[in-house]
Design a binder for this molecule. Sequence first.
Ligand code: PMP
Length: 406
Amino acid sequence: MKDHPRELVYLDYPATTPCDSRVFEKMSPYFCTFFGNPHSKNHAHGWIADEAVDDAFASIAECLRVEPREITFTSGASESNILAIRGVMMRYKNSGKNHLITTQTEHKSVLSCCRQLEEEGYSLTYLSVNDQGIIDLNELLDKITDKTLLISIAVVNNETGVIQPMNEIGNICKNKGIYFHTDATQALGKMAIDIKLWNVALASFSSHKVYGPKGIGALYLRKDPAVKIKSFLVGGGQQGGIRGGTIPVPLCVGFGEACKIINENNGAEVEQITRLSGKLVQGILENVPLSKMNGNVENKVPHIVNIIFPFVEGESIAMGLEDICVATGSACSSSQLEPSHVLKAMGVDNVVIQSSIRFGIGRFTTETEIDYTIKKVTDTVQRLRDISPLWDMYNKGVNMEKIKWT
Ligand code: PMP
């Protein structure tokens, strides 16, 4: 392992969360003691494992206010997204409908699946968003054709935290007889999820974003009226043939416990995160000249905060913050050093996009960490600006908008 500063301030909760110790404790007996295969029907080890999986289904279903039989375990939200989108498009291939509508700001797991489907001959529409990150419902209505089979739009964007108008999209889908899939990964535990009210037919979730273990997620598949999908991991017919393979019992137990914790005291946690993120935003915007939040500031979840710091690169800020863990863009694409496709779709200028930092606040964030972060961000941005020729030009009154970048 590389050397790291001993005490780290973790502000990258949208990328992943630490496993809650209560979750870890609950999972632990299911590795060595209760190790049975839940699909073994002839002995007690199988029954114990099966019961544990059933309890997990029940807690997750309670959290989502759906039926346990509507949940399929997957390896995470990426797989749920792909299974939902590809599964519906391929299952109804012979119905004459081959059109899928999504947005330009979806998670890469959705977008790359859509690109593949496009290459395979399906018809795709990528909706634009406004400068607040929100889709235009009239554009959505305009783009629907009699070939539209599925609309896939995430509840919450993972880079900006902006929430899409779920009621309205769901009503459009219901009226037009179109399946509605939503990637609800960043919504779970952060806001009220109302699958029924939103007319959602399929929804994706991930355990490691809600203090559960990595490697497990869920796909909600509506039973009434039923939505059918083509399955890809046929295997031994487990999970009703939708996703074969032995169910990973400890991971299911962990995801179930994570949902149980959400069911028990979520209100207080969301309130605390809202307060801390409000303090962080206020502290940064007041202390760092020209800093600005990206995305709609009202219609968003509290745990994601995306701020631009003009005249300094996000990568340099992230490096300068040393013991504070933040993201530039999303974790999945930040290694690519390409401008965020989300901010680009929102019309943020290419140069400014590179100056953005995503802060993620979570269950274990403390007030002291927020105070420390405000100070360190302020000092780091100032230090970087002091050596930035662009900042110097700006201060000398050069009209930056007239500069032609090559
Ligand atoms: N969708 C969204 C909105 C996400 O934020 C993420 C995680 N970055 C995923 C999907 C993928 O989740 P997982 O890591 O469980 O595959």
